[in-house]
Design a protein around this ligand. Structure first.
Ligand code: MG
Length: 283
């Protein structure tokens, strides 16, 4: 006789279709224009994605934080009847050289989105520093809460979890916090089971967590997140290849996460179920 089922939340799948790094040259399936991004998000939403982690590009395809481009995407998703939870990136690679980073990276936070990413520390990227001072984190967090946007705390390292706990004690961040363990970025924590377990055990009780794994770390680390009761992110932002020598599409990556979830016994959350799990109350 077995011991019965452990109660585990339904799985929230986040699609990250574009990011700041992929290009048509490195993978021609990367959605770059607002219309391409909207189409890929809708395809993945139809498959079961409940959150869209959105980055935008300018007319030349370069990363930007341009509020007008975010607005266009949000309006087009709404016009198509897509109820996916929209999560806007406030990441450090969104351009804006020479402009105040809080203004530039937070310029879109007054739009009608439900979530935004918030890195709670600094680290290295391959060609630049992922620079996030406490002053910047606090300014972005304030604008998020002022607009009823829930931060997804991007932890590229264990110390960023400790920073989030510090900021929560200071009243800058609100419990329950939702984390994204960003693993296997060059310059940050490696995507290993031991590292993920340590990070998950370091978040405050009552928190929720998502995991993304860059490149070949993705499949094992998402499987482990599912086993630990966490959530899963996929998309071309996180891996350009489906496997060695095979360029991915966003839907191919979604379908693999769905197969993993099915085999590991995790049901898929609808957007409204994800709102319940994450405590969103905007719509
Ligand atoms: Mg991102």
């Amino acid at each position: 006789m077995d011991k019965g089922e452990n109660r585990v939340e339904k799985l929230i799948i986040t699609i990250a279709p574009t990011g700041n790094v992929p290009t048509k040259e490195t993978n021609p399936n990367t959605p770059i224009t607002p219309d391409e991004i909207v189409e890929d998000i809708i395809r993945c939403w139809n498959l079961g994605a409940s959150v869209a982690h959105i980055h935008v590009r300018d007319k030349e395809g370069k990363p930007t934080c341009d509020r007008a481009v975010y607005k266009e995407i949000l309006e087009k998703l709404e016009a198509r009847g897509c109820d996916i939870i929209t999560q806007l990136s406030t990441g450090a690679r969104g351009g804006g050289e020479g402009v105040d980073p809080a203004e530039w990276r937070g310029q879109m936070l007054d739009l009608n989105a439900e979530m935004a990413s918030l890195s709670t520390g600094s680290s290295n990227f391959a060609t630049m520093v992922n620079s996030n001072s406490f002053e910047l984190i606090e300014a972005l967090a304030k604008k998020m809460y002022d607009n009823n946007i829930k931060p997804e705390i991007e932890a590229f390292d264990l110390g960023m979890i400790d920073n989030a706990i510090y900021l929560q004690k200071k009243g800058v961040l609100k419990a329950p916090m939702h984390f994204n363990m960003v693993m296997n970025v060059l310059g940050s924590v490696r995507g290993t089971p031991r590292n993920l377990l340590h990070m998950v055990e370091s978040i405050p009780p009552g928190s929720t967590f998502n995991v993304c794994g860059i490149g070949p770390a993705q499949v094992p680390i998402l499987a482990m997140s599912m086993l630990l009761g966490g959530h899963a992110r996929t998309g071309l932002e996180d891996t350009l290849l489906y496997e060695k020598g095979v360029l991915a599409t966003n839907t191919m990556l979604m379908e693999r996460v769905l197969r993993l979830a099915r085999e590991l016994g995790r049901e898929i959350a609808t957007p409204d179920e994800a709102r319940g799990i994450l405590g969103l109350n905007k719509k």
